[in-house]
Ligand binder design. Structure first.
Ligand code: SF4
Ligand code: SF4
Length: 225
């Protein structure tokens, strides 16, 4: 048995706020000034999350295709030392993905990991993947890793990759803090923080850690690949 996408386009439409349950609760209680990584967008406005290199690629594709794509910072580490926002990820500020036309993705080859892994949200937590709503999904129940890989194919590989990219970002943020290269906000009044982020210089996370010697080009290239 294999997952069979029926190409309904549902996952590319209504792209905002597609999370609920434990994940929603976790984000609401931790990402708004309590943790070093701060989310700039309320949960109901969240949409596809893009890594820096994915956002750059989509900006480029949008220009080529003449698409008006609003791609904005989604999660940042705000450094009090340099008054700088280190942008961990971006998001598409749209209700429907602007790259969807006649149920086809206009940037299919360059689509971000979050699209490639759909309908899987994560495979890192247990032997049952966390799944998004999708009309082609049957109840997959508990599966061994090999069964998951077989059932979801490329989506599974993309989910594994995305989980490892998330982990890598978290690890590098911790390294930056431990080595005193950034002084992130903690328990900061969120509205005030939003203003500071809005007025600050912004830098892509990978450029920043390259600059600070926390990763070299080879390591970053491996993650982006
Ligand atoms: S992955 Fe699911 S929601 Fe997305 S197009 Fe395929 S069937 Fe529709
Ligand atoms: S980038 Fe492509 S695959 Fe991803 S949501 Fe947009 S249209 Fe769908």
């Amino acid at each position: 048995m294999k997952f069979n996408c029926i190409k309904c386009g549902e996952c590319c439409s209504n792209i905002r706020g597609r999370i609920d349950g434990d994940e929603k609760e976790f984000i609401e209680s931790n990402f708004f000034g309590k943790m070093p990584i701060v989310q700039l967008v309320p949960v109901d406005k969240m949409s596809l999350s893009l890594w820096g290199w994915e956002a750059d690629k989509l900006v480029e594709r949008a220009k080529e295709l003449g698409i008006d794509a609003e791609i904005k910072p989604f999660r940042v580490v705000f450094d009090l030392k340099e008054n700088k926002s280190i942008v961990i990820s971006y998001f598409l500020d749209h209700d429907n993905c602007p790259f969807l036309k006649d149920n086809e993705c206009l940037c299919y080859e360059d689509r971000p990991l979050v699209c490639k892994q759909f309908p899987i949200q994560t495979v890192s937590l247990e032997d049952k993947p966390v799944l998004a709503k999708c009309p082609a999904l049957k109840d997959v129940g508990v599966m061994r890793r090999e069964e998951m890989k077989d059932y979801f194919g490329e989506s599974y590989d993309a989910a594994v990759k995305n989980d490892s990219v998330i982990e890598w970002h978290n690890m590098k943020v911790m390294e930056l803090i431990k080595e005193g290269k950034v002084k992130p906000v903690k328990d900061y009044p969120f509205n005030f923080l939003l203003k500071r982020v809005g007025n600050s210089e912004k830098m892509n996370f990978t450029d920043y850690i390259l600059d600070k010697g926390i990763a070299d080009k080879g390591e970053i290239d491996k993650i982006i690949k």
